[in-house]
Design a protein. Structure first.
Length: 278
């Protein structure tokens, strides 16, 4: 399958994260993340037909997987607790911009064209507009913006560094999810209060684990291994737009003029990015 289609499939799944997160807002974030990642790791078992020996990867590759899956979510949830959520989410969505702009630094032989830069800036502006919309931003600096910036750097650098380690099958993402999920549950035990989960909660957790916190990681890994990280980075600006549209649908609301403009900017950025370097 073409790398762009794999990336778009991952982005579509990530677009469901916000409405699922809203529906599970009563579940502590580390418990939510841990359960979903553990369920997502089961996809790796299916891909390997139960042969877990295919999960065997060098120690530095496993460390990279933990850095990406656990490190990103740890920093992101700390940011959401310590800064206004809208602004923290906006800072977090610097990661597509990071993929585009840092690709030449992490991937030798890859150059950045002016169209890549223009597409990245246009895409980030559209993502910012999709998230903020017509709402007023809360003023002042919160220290939580620092982990938000850290989460953006973690995911963009993880995405690029997967091209620098020895090749590993995408099914090995199951090992990353398994260990990251266990670490998240440890954080839950140390930092959060226990809660009782109902059958409906488990169904939504399963959807999250099979989708944005599971299946999306396997698709994303396959896309990055097959495609141009700069173009895929531009496509990923669709994530906040899809999240916003999904939330509006969940609430029974129509997109505003700012969301429509954001859609046009992000689609324009994707077109620019696809033409760069041709």
């Amino acid at each position: 399958m073409h790398a762009s289609l794999l990336a778009l499939a991952a982005i579509a799944l990530w677009g469901s994260l916000a409405p699922l997160g809203v529906s599970l807002a009563h579940v502590p974030p580390f418990l939510l993340t841990g359960c979903a990642l553990l369920m997502g790791s089961l996809i790796g078992l299916v891909l390997t037909r139960g042969r877990v020996q295919q999960w065997k990867v060098p120690a530095r590759t496993l460390a990279l997987g933990l850095y990406g899956l656990f490190g990103y979510h740890f920093l992101f949830f700390i940011a959401l607790r310590s800064a206004p959520p809208v602004q923290a989410n906006l800072v977090n969505y610097l990661w597509p911009l990071g993929i585009v702009l840092m690709a030449p630094l992490f991937l030798p032989g890859m150059r950045l064209h002016m169209l890549h830069i223009a597409a990245a800036l246009l895409g980030f502006a559209g993502a910012a507009l999709a998230i903020v919309g017509g709402r007023d931003l809360q003023g002042g600096f919160a220290w939580g913006y620092i982990p938000a910036l850290g989460s953006a750097f973690a995911w963009s650098s993880y995405s690029l560094l997967t091209r620098r380690v020895p090749p590993f099958p995408s099914a090995a993402i199951g090992l990353f999810g398994l260990v990251s999920g266990l670490l998240s549950l440890l954080c839950h035990a140390l930092l959060e209060s226990p809660v009782d989960l109902k059958s409906h909660d488990w169904m939504l957790l399963a959807a999250m684990g099979l989708g944005p916190l599971g299946g999306a990681f396997y698709l994303w890994d396959a896309a990055l291994k097959r495609g141009d990280a700069r173009q895929i980075g531009v496509l990923s600006f669709l994530t906040p737009l899809l999240s916003t549209l999904a939330l509006l649908w969940l609430r029974g609301e129509w997109p505003s003029a700012s969301v429509a403009l954001a859609a046009a900017m992000i689609i324009g950025a994707a077109v620019l990015g696809s033409r760069a370097g041709k």
